[in-house]
Design a binder for this molecule. Sequence first.
Ligand code: DHB
Length: 403
Amino acid sequence: MTSTRTQVAIVGGGPAGLMLSHLLDRAGVDSVVMDNRAVEEIRTTHRAGILERDSVRLLAETGVYEAGREGVITDGDRHGGIYLRFGGESHHIDFEELVGASVWLYPQTDVFVDLHAARVRDGGDVRYGISGTAVRDLGGDLPRVTYDDAEGVPHEVSADLVVGADGSRSICRDLVAQREPGHRRHFREYPFAWFGILCEAPRSSPELVYARSDRGFALISQRTDSVQRMYFQCDPSEDASSWSDDRIWSELQARLAGSDGFQLKEGRVIERTVLPFRSFVQTPMHSGRLLLAGDAAHTVPPTGAKGLNLALADTRVLAEVVEQALRKDDLEVLASYTQRALARVWKAQHFSYWMTTMLHRAPGEEAHRGFDELRQLGELTSLVSSEAGSTYLAEGYTGWPTA
Ligand code: DHB
């Protein structure tokens, strides 16, 4: 058994855990990051690809990159808007013109690789591929995280504070709930999922296309000049492996078709998965010496790509309160975390829910089908023809200013 003493033990080494460790390091606070997954597993699990303006700033302005190599700035694609497509026509929402902001297309896997490289470069203590992780002694002054390494050797990390950045299957979330009898868990399930593909094809559009059609939602996103990411609404029980390339392309083409003759550029499908769809918030986001960040505390549906952005926004607030709590030796400082983080979480929950319901077909509501379809078209038409409506979309998509 090895024992390590640190100031902050971080359970979960995805972008939230690594960013927090990076920000704490810059504030002179030690941390140890632990994750059950191997680096390679996280690096190759495809996630969303849109970074809000402040997420880009957080990466570019806090020393994640060596001078002259600003990953997201040099390798990411800056997008000044998106297209909303309905009634067979595309409508451009110009974020630059409406709110003077852009987003960057830069996949979450690249954010992970950059943050991991920065922690290794700065001598950070990051431990991957472990098992049997448990958080102990939360009632005392010095909680511990125990685990076995890849060789089966037991380790313990004791710390002043423990942060659960351990994703949607968080173990830390349950520990907060056990310790907080008044905690709440808010759920919303949706009667659909997304079928996501990666394909070898050129770009079909200069910016992302969010499409509403009578067959359901579709999203045309991008990765590189020769690899694209696309999604379409499907049944949650859909078996992705049973879909041939031809069937996928004819479904996508049908959802994008219109009088303007828009055609997707097709190619070999190199990955296909069905992605779950739900909204979730647990409150409070901390109890005593244990705090939650990112998906461990909240999940948003993927429409609008808010998940990673929310997780990064959490770490910004968390780094600030953790540094203060440790410097003043006063746990009371942590009490403001839940309230500050949740203000943004609920805005993002609403935004993701709103974009979802505005663009998806609600199955099983045949009695209201005609009404709902025409109402949806009414909403989209008023959005694209009103500066106020378009500005709300632009503000939410590019991200609200950091509190
Ligand atoms: C992507 C995913 C999203 O959920 C979204 O709203 C935009 C882009 C993506 O993976 O590229």
